[in-house]
Design a protein around this ligand. Sequence first.
Ligand code: ZN
Length: 530
Amino acid sequence: MLPLKEKDKPIIRKLLAAGCCARCVLRFCCLSVHSAYRRPQQETLRELQEFIRDAEDTTSQAEDNKSHDAAAAATVEPCEDPPSKRAKLEPDTGEAEGDAGDAAGPRVCVACLGVLQELSGASQAKKIAEAVKAETYEFDSLVLSVSLPAQLCVREHSCWLHVKKELREKSIAVDKDDLIQVKEAFKWVMQDLVAKELGGVAVVTKSFFEVGVEFSHPETEADCHFLASVCPDCFHPTKNKQSVFTRMAVVKALEKISEDKFLKHYPSPPGAPSSCCISQDVQCLHVSVFVAGRYNKFCRSLPQTPWLINGERMMESSVEELIAANILSSFRADGFNFSSSGREDVDVRTLGDGRPFAMELLNPHRTKFSRAEMKQLQQTINESTDKIRVRDLQVVTREAMSRMKEGEEEKTKSYTALVWTQKALQMEDLAFIDDIKDLTLDQKTPLRVLHRRALAVRQRVVHSMSARLLDTHHFYLSLKTQAGTYIKEFVHGDFGRTKPNMCELLKTDTDILELDVESVDVDWPPSIPE
Ligand code: ZN
């Protein structure tokens, strides 16, 4: 037995007559018992008809001959109450699974356009499950998301206005917000069926794995069009959207438009469609997984990210690509976003413990990796190239990833530079350099990055330096500096844009021949013992 109340009777009568399906009638009765929607529609319909019959038997039989097709009623101007006997005479209630919209088949619901009829059932569940299985995702639970054609909101509103007047006359208080949404009812019907098809996986309201079902209904797309002339403010062309009639815009317009205006432009109840909604391809999406680690770079001709000039590749590979290739294939992800704690120039090596990096893996199909598997993956990456090396490879959370960028400016970095001097070096020069502590530099944006960075003067601190003689015109300069210091510019001076600089300090022309990053002092991600 459906838990219906006396006050539901006028709603049931009006909506059945208007051409609503049994489940939509339950929605408008604000019935939130999930199991009621899972029953076969035909059974529900029969019970609804029984329920309203008691009342009808006492009303005038004369109204019988006034019955006419709901579709016909819908095409006339907003009309008086259609004859209520329609429900009793409801013809084809056959509920064959399979293609809807068949002229000889059951009538397509004016409110849900078939979504809660043939598109909510075992065969649809099977179709969804097949699509999920085909993509071989790794998941424990899934959330079902439903995308409905925007005109369903218009039709819902029309049905609502159709019952509202009578409810008000009978002093029955119903709020439009209490109606059960088509989306909700669809999920209530489908969740268990899909779960069963997928061997008992939990279909829940929150999950990392989303299965999207989308319906369209080309036949009634024009239902929304009158809103654009009545409420032009609500509709703006947006990028990436095929139509201005997005669900959001339509909902907004329906909130703004007066009942009278709506009824002037759109029939209530809505007209009968001849076809059922079309279900589009099922879209599966797993939320991103994040992987972090540290990398060394041993090569002086490798950019960190693909180096393109006018769309043309300048170097055959990059640090991020060398790291990503094996990770992407292991997680079977669609793509990635790479970030790191600072970056080195193409000709700079990164030695020591390496530079922290993190990667967001987009739509990963596989997500669970044991420590041993991550270690194996790291080894595979390291065996694939001698240009880079990865350590501490691990799965991290999105939140943890922000730690890498936290207080980046305050961190220190250590470098070694090979420096050339025009004058012959004396031991006093090296001692002089060794004695310099906490030297503050004013660095104008370097000429070489001026095309992509704003012109500014930044203050950076060189905490300490030490020099080791190589020959009379060359020495190794080790520096410990604040993160973000431009080392090359500090050595050659950048035409006086960095002050002080090594030329000024040594009173001769100097240049930088090689640069290595020795350490990036960011204590994230946690190190993993080898
Ligand atoms: Zn319906």
